[in-house]
Design a binder for this molecule. Structure first.
Ligand code: ZN
Length: 238
């Protein structure tokens, strides 16, 4: 077939596709894709409602009483360095060093109290790269595939499968969740303005009666968005 015949054939085929009823006629759109505009229309923001304060979580550790005693000696109890924003939670006086496969250590990793039923090391992605870890992004307590690290205290060390990068999340009590119209486990997004404006998606809502409204970001997310903690944000619910 000559080149010009082939070109004519292709042109005719394209024309017939373009003129086919599915595109031209007033049939409903059968495209399997939802347009971004449709998605945006289905969303609502909490503009005009109470702003939600941002809290930035630097790397930290939660420990069991048993692990605390292995690290700091028998009968050791956590001391209070500073109360945290969430009622009953505190930054402990005790810090540990965390060592990963690259034989590098991050020291001064603060333990947050009170002691918990599981030991968990919460790191930023940047920390993980430094230590040589590929820790999964997980919500607190979901440690099935957490990375193994060595945790060192003044009187002992432990090797635990406990390192995660925390999921972006938003703490609300049930009254606040009802006020914002969201539920436990739901993902919302948060648009941050300013010179490093960005939208943080997949912010997991965690509803618990003993908390007050606060969005928790790690230092990577906070730095990327130019947040320093204490700012107020609106959420977008889709
Ligand atoms: Zn949190």
């Amino acid at each position: 077939m000559a080149d010009n015949e082939l070109a004519q054939l292709i042109a005719a085929r394209v024309l017939s596709e373009l003129q086919s009823p599915s595109i031209n006629a007033s049939e409903p759109d059968r495209s399997p894709y939802r347009s971004y505009a449709d998605e945006a229309r289905a969303c609502r923001t909490t503009a005009g409602m109470r702003l939600i304060p941002v809290g930035i979580s630097a790397r930290h550790a939660h420990v069991t009483q048993e692990h605390l005693e292995e690290l700091f000696g028998s009968s050791h109890h956590l001391g209070v360095h500073a109360q945290l924003y969430q009622p009953g939670e505190f930054a402990a006086r005790e810090t540990v060093a965390v060592v990963g496969p690259r034989m590098r250590a991050i020291d001064g990793v603060r333990i947050l109290g009170p002691v918990r039923a599981y030991t968990q090391i919460e790191l930023s992605r940047t920390d993980c790269v430094y230590l040589g870890l590929d820790a999964p992004i997980r919500t607190s307590g979901d440690l099935d595939d957490a990375e193994a690290v060595t945790v060192i205290g003044p009187l002992g060390s432990i090797r635990v499968r406990a390192a995660i990068c925390p999921t972006r999340h938003l703490h609300l009590n049930p009254t606040e969740a009802a006020y914002y119209g969201v539920g436990d486990g739901q993902d919302v997004s948060v648009h941050v303005g300013g010179s490093r404006a960005l939208t943080l998606e997949l912010v997991r809502v965690r509803v618990h009666p003993k908390v007050v409204a606060q969005m928790h970001l790690d230092t990577d997310d906070a730095n990327a968005a130019g947040l320093r903690g204490g700012e107020g944000v609106e959420i977008t619910v889709c």
